[in-house]
Ligand binder design. Structure first.
Ligand code: CTP
Length: 309
């Protein structure tokens, strides 16, 4: 730890890990505050079982989250002109879609839009010109982002396809309804003494698949996948069939993942040497903001890598 005192060329990050009593000791806390005041970034330890057998705050933070903190710090310390998405147009889809059944009812899902909104905000902070095509959500429109409000999957399809050729990076985080009622009743559907009714549904356009078919080599496409089982097998199929450059897959049943949470746990797939062998990275649980930034930084890095080859 004394070696770092000789380093003065860049930002410093400290990831303390120790016994809970050592960590909570006033001397440690005062010294951490001194470091904070001097501008060091402190990645706080996690709570849980410690190597010594005690339980409490003191476990080293997950390496993936330390990496995110390092990336964020490096980005924050870059001059404006070096922001990784500077000059790029980013299109994000977010939220659920609603498919009307009659004037008072609709089919929808549990999406809150948090992941997509986090992506739009982070893309803006990384220097991009951002368009957010959003289904109905309860979130405020992010500052400095062009928001296009839509309701149905077909509206979302139109909003995306009209803008797609002008975008460099597209990230589809919306939970698009796969089916809609064949008929939308003009008037409220009445019970009329019936004990059951049948609804006929027809499929909606797959927006991500359309984008995968129409994308130019200079465009980068990232999709999401929501699964309840066989995550990696199903996600690998989606990555290949929808021609994505990246797919972030999450399992609804994993604690800390899924709808309405502030965190997410994703497995990130990118095309490998053959379609049945994608590259797979299993990222640990992190806040949706941190995850959004990490996805975008990875997409920017993939583009930069592509340009070098
Ligand atoms: N998606 C889309 N348009 C649709 C359906 C899905 O753009 N009509 C996009 C989602 O935004 C997401 C990805 O496709 O980026 C995968 O969505 P998901 O619901 O996990 O899978 P589906 O393709 O709908 O397949 P299935 O429901 O069979 O799992």
């Amino acid at each position: 730890t004394s070696t770092i005192l000789a380093y003065d060329k860049g930002p410093k990050i400290l990831c303390p890990a120790m016994n809970v009593h050592m960590y909570e000791n006033a001397v440690t806390q005062r010294n951490l505050n001194t470091c904070r005041e001097l501008g060091w970034t402190i990645v706080e330890p996690e709570s849980g079982m410690l190597a010594c057998g005690d339980a409490g705050k003191g476990r080293m933070e997950e390496p993936a989250r330390i990496e995110t903190a390092v990336e964020a710090l490096l980005l924050a310390n870059r001059p404006d002109g070096e922001l990784p998405l500077k000059g790029l147009a980013v299109l994000v889809t977010a939220g659920p879609t609603q498919e009307p059944l009659d004037p008072v009812r609709f089919l929808t899902n549990h999406s809150t839009g948090k992941m997509g909104y986090a992506l739009a905000e982070q893309a803006r902070d990384l220097g991009a010109q951002v368009t957010l095509v959003s289904g109905p959500v309860a979130l405020d429109a992010p500052y400095g982002v062009d928001v296009v409000d839509v309701t149905t999957a077909r509206d979302m399809f139109d909003a995306v396809t009209n803008r797609f050729s002008d975008t460099d990076i597209t990230v589809m985080a919306a939970a698009v309804g796969d089916f809609r009622p064949v008929e939308q009743a003009r008037d409220k559907i009445k019970k009329n003494g019936r004990s059951s009714i049948e609804l006929e549904l027809t499929s909606n356009p797959d927006i991500l698949a359309w984008a995968g078919e129409h994308k130019r080599p200079d465009q980068t496409l990232c999709g999401f996948a929501m699964e309840t089982r066989d995550l990696e097998t199903n996600a690998a199929k989606k990555l290949a069939s929808k021609h994505c450059d990246m797919l972030a897959a999450n399992n609804l049943r994993t604690p800390g993942a899924g709808f309405a949470t502030d965190t997410n746990v994703v497995t990130v797939l990118t095309p490998g040497e053959t379609a049945d062998k994608p590259n797979i990275e299993r990222w640990s649980k992190m806040g949706k903001d941190a995850l959004a930034k990490r996805i975008l930084v990875k997409l920017a890095a993939m583009r930069a890598d592509g340009e070098r080859h």
